[in-house]
Write a protein of this length. Structure first.
Length: 264
């Protein structure tokens, strides 16, 4: 039924499918779409949105901004982190504070006085990305609340760590690798949202469709930035990471997560 929801998105999904070296295995889709797994899937998804914003913040803090701006980024993220890590402990008073927090959360005006062209570009694109990921976070959080799902602490998937451990040690090489990995994670998220759409309850399927456009743009943002920073063509390096990613996606995994392989 929900397949129709994807009709207008093929133009957006084609580049994603031709970029990644494999599609999500059927077995993973069956496991993740099991209604009993919905609380786990949504909780892990919530963590992924936060991690996406945190990773972008980390890149800005490490490679672009000064200490004062770095502090502003941490303050921006803090209320979201509190909600995830204390989410399962919220009582009604806390819930009220959390509503007020939500209203007061403003995007800081992050400025860069000097800096190279790629640093300005990184700042502009990553601030927008953080804003969007945190908005997704709010949306997933609302769905979790609406479904009376209790937030449970979850362990991270092997996925991101499995790519990050291949990062080069050099300053430029390391940044380029992180940006390539960022692009791959965004592309896979987009592919998975679309793969799940036909199998999810309609309201959640509609929400996942609504995420496709921004995740596809994030994928392009990361690769554009990687090419801006790199002193050589990033094609070969991108292919190396894509091969590592394919292995992580297709090989049996121990735990089911949004970015895991199928559990055997
Ligand atoms: Fe997102
Ligand atoms: Fe994203």
């Amino acid at each position: 039924m929900n397949v129709k929801l994807l009709n207008n998105y093929q133009d957006l999904l084609n580049p994603i499918h031709s970029f990644l070296l494999c599609k999500t295995p059927k077995q993973w889709i069956e496991q993740a779409a099991d209604p009993e797994k919905l609380p786990l899937l949504l909780t892990d998804h919530l963590h992924c949105e936060l991690k996406a914003a945190q990773s972008a913040g980390l890149l800005l803090r490490r490679y672009v901004v000064d200490n004062e701006t770095s502090k502003q980024i941490l303050e921006w993220l803090e209320p979201y982190e509190t909600r995830v890590y204390r989410g399962h402990l919220l009582n009604s008073d806390d819930a009220l504070t959390h509503e007020n927090n939500k209203k007061n959360q403003q995007v800081p005006r992050l400025q860069l006085e000097n800096g190279e062209a790629w640093q300005h570009e990184l700042l502009n694109r990553m601030v927008l990305l953080m804003k969007e990921e945190l908005h997704h976070f709010d949306q997933v959080f609302s769905i979790i609340e609406a479904n009376n799902i209790e937030l449970q602490p979850t362990t991270a998937a092997r996925y991101a760590a499995g790519m990050l451990r291949h990062i080069r040690g050099s300053e430029v090489g390391g940044l380029v690798d992180k940006l390539i990995i960022g692009g791959i994670i965004e592309a896979r998220s987009c592919e998975r949202f679309a793969a799940l759409v036909p199998h999810l309850p309609e309201s959640i399927a509609r929400f996942y469709v609504s995420l496709l456009r921004s995740e596809a743009r994030h994928f392009e943002d990361y690769l554009t930035l990687a090419q801006m920073v790199a002193r050589e063509d990033i094609q070969a390096r991108t292919q190396e990471f894509l091969r590592i990613e394919k292995k992580l996606i297709e090989s049996p995994d121990k735990v089911l997560r949004f970015h895991s392989g199928p559990v055997m």
